[in-house]
Structure formats: C-alpha cells, structure tokens
Design a protein around this ligand. Sequence first.
Ligand SMILES: [Zn+2]
Length: 460
Amino acid sequence: MFGDCNGESVSIPSCWKSQKSSEPAETQTDELVGVEKNEQTSESKYIEVQTDRIQEPTLSSNYDENALSTFLNRVGQKVIDEIDKGNRSKAFLSYQLPDEDSSSEVKIVLSLTRPNTAEKNEMKVNSLAWSCTGGVLALALGYPHHDDWCSHTGLIHFYNIAYSHNSTAEPSRVIETTSCVTCIAFHPYEPSFVACGLVRGNIAIWNLQNDGSETLISCNGHNDPVTDLSWVQLVGVARPNLVSSGQDGRLLIWNVSLLSGTCTIQENFGFNDLETDVEAGISCFAFCNRRPEQFVVALEGGALKFCNSSSSKLTTRISNTVAVRNPVVGDLVKHNGVVSCVAFSPYHEELLLTVGSDNRILVHSVVKMDVMREIQCDIDLTAAAWCLSQANLFIVCNNEAGIDVYDHKNGRKLAEFSTDVPAICGTSLNLKSPKYLAISDADGKAYILQMPQYFQTGQT
Ligand SMILES: [Zn+2]
C-alpha cells in the first residue's frame, strides 16, 4: 500500500517581480443638488406720522409806530433807572454759590457770647429757637438743677445773625423772666412773637416790637416746669395754637389771640394710667406736620404714646377748669431712659425719630406701630434732627462733640464730624437755611455751625 515514489517536479514561476498594472477607477457619487430657499423675515411697513403743519408766526405790522415810540420814551428811562438801582443794590453781596470744597466739613461760623455777669455764668442754654425768617436766634437760659422752688430770674438772649467765619456775636436784646426758662418757640409766621415756658410752670409770650421785658401774655397752666413748647397749626383753625407739655404729665393746647393778648386752654390731655395718682411727666412731644391731629408724647421713663386728638376719651379728671382727655391710641416701642428728641419726618409723615439716654436711635412707623430702624450707639446721644435737604437722612449729636449723619433706609452712618466744642447739649436747625445748625454746649455756650448741604447716600 505504501511505497517510494518519485514525483515529477513542479515549477511555479515567480511573480514577485512581475509588473503590476493598476488603473484609476472613478468613484461614482450622487450629484449634489443645491436648492435656494428664501428666509422668512418680518414684514415692515412705513407709516407716516401726521404732524401739524407749522405755521410761521407772522409779525403783524399793524401797530401805531407813534404810539410805540411815545410808550418807549415814557417807560424807557424808568426801566433804565430800575436796572441801575438793581445794579447798585447790596442785597446779594453776601450771597455765595455753593462751594464743593468748603461744604464737606462742619465748621463754626459764629460764636454767641453772653454779657459777662458772674452770677449768671452758671446758667445753661436750655433751649434754642430760630425765628420764622431765620434771621434771629433765641437762647433760653436757666439753671440746670433745682432742688427746691426756682427763685432765680431767667434770661432770653436774642441774636441778630449775620454770618461771617470765626466771628462772635453779642446778644442784640436780653429779656429777663420771672424764673428759669426751659423752652422757647417763635411764632411760625409772626417773627416778632416768641413764647417761652418757665420752671414755675407758666408760659409767657412777648412781642419783640415792644421795648422792655414786659410780657404781652402770661398764663398759668402747669403745676410743674414746662418741658416743651411748640406752635401747631391744627386743621380747621384760623391761627396756630400753642402747645405746651409739663412735668405734671399734661399736654395743654392753648388758644392764643395775639391781638387781644389772651391765652386760654382749649384742650387738656393726660396720658397716664388714670387709676393711679402718680402721673409721669412729659419729656417732649411732636405733632405730625401733615396730620396735626396725630402726635407723639414721650413720658419720663421712656414710654412713647401715639395719640390722636380727634379720638380722645373723656376722663373723670378736671384740671384748670377744663376736662382732662386721654388721646392715647397706642404705645410705640419705648426707650429705657429719658427721651431727648421726638421728631416726625418732614418728608414721610409716618416716620418718627426718637433718641434716648439709652443711646438708642429709633425710627418708628406710626402706621405699623413698630420700629423700622434701630441703631445702638456706644456714646451718649444728646440731640437729633431730621435733615431738611435730604428725605431719608437725620443727624444725631453726642456728648463727645460729634455730629453723625445717618440714612434711615439702611441704618448706615454716612458721615461723622467732630466739632471744637465740648459736649453738644441742644440743637436747632435753621428752617430757612438748613445748612446752619445752632448748638449749645455743656458749658452754656452756643454756636452756629455750617453743615454740608448734601451727603452722598450711595443710592442711585
Ligand atoms: Zn431756676
């Protein structure tokens, strides 16, 4: 089955050197076909605007040249005389355009001096007030402490204010009062009438056009020292009423007739718990500018009573032959100490600024009956006032001679200034020229400061 066998050789021709032939072959692809399509765009139309045809004014030449000439000859010289008079006028000599550089700081522009009488030097400035024209400043002077019945004579110093840097001013008039003066208020539009409250509880009104210290009106209403005084224009009343508060816890609204020289009590408000005989005195009060039936009274101890005179309730008490009414409609958040300032915002009728000896600044809303802004300071605050040139700002003075400017919207301190006076005790803004601030210090001296007119709030 198996055996040797020689097979025939088989040759296989080598082909590695053989020449390869190749041919390009075309690739067949589909023909690209492009199609153009229009994009859809919004349709627009042109509409013509109809305007009135402009009619060129045509100057009428229908006038009498002779009459015009006569008229010009008649009035021409008078007009020239008036222009010359205005050119010679000194009315604007002291007028200065606001200077950006000089308005960024607080500086004393006037130091108010007092006649040097040794026995009167211990008297302090209890109150400052500007006249309605802004041209006169009055200082109410009295002794700061009374252990017993006040047997002093008080003083009111009046200064005619002419501003010049670093100058001093002597009082242009001095009125002596029957006891120490605690508060003072000029009439809101009769610049010669001024009212003041005294330690003995009486109120006196002077007409400064009359010489001497004799009062025009003197009336008794409070059993204790008068603490605050203000003229208030009530709704439906022809002339402003005088409002006074006292340590006897009463707020009296006086009907004052300057012509006849009479002063009678119109309203007698009490604010305390009438179940008890102890009545807390009133530190200060403020009436809402636009709604004068609304007012806030700060009681000793720091309580803040929001009141409405039109909804007052009759009490069983009678004082000064007038029935005592209780106008309290609610309690605002109180201070833990003596309230030194209560002020309604001149721009936002519902906002009330209060400052107390607890070193707190509170901005209340009398609509929400709540505190909108609370700022706690670490130094004693002595006075405060809303900024008259900017709606949301207020200034606060402290007993380290500082004046701070705050924005109630965010509580930020926008500026702080230091003055060269000892502790600031009282302030009064000049309503006619809000950049001027009258202050009194702990030594009984008074100054007029020039404040910057505007502050950067950082808000656009
Ligand atoms: Zn006294």
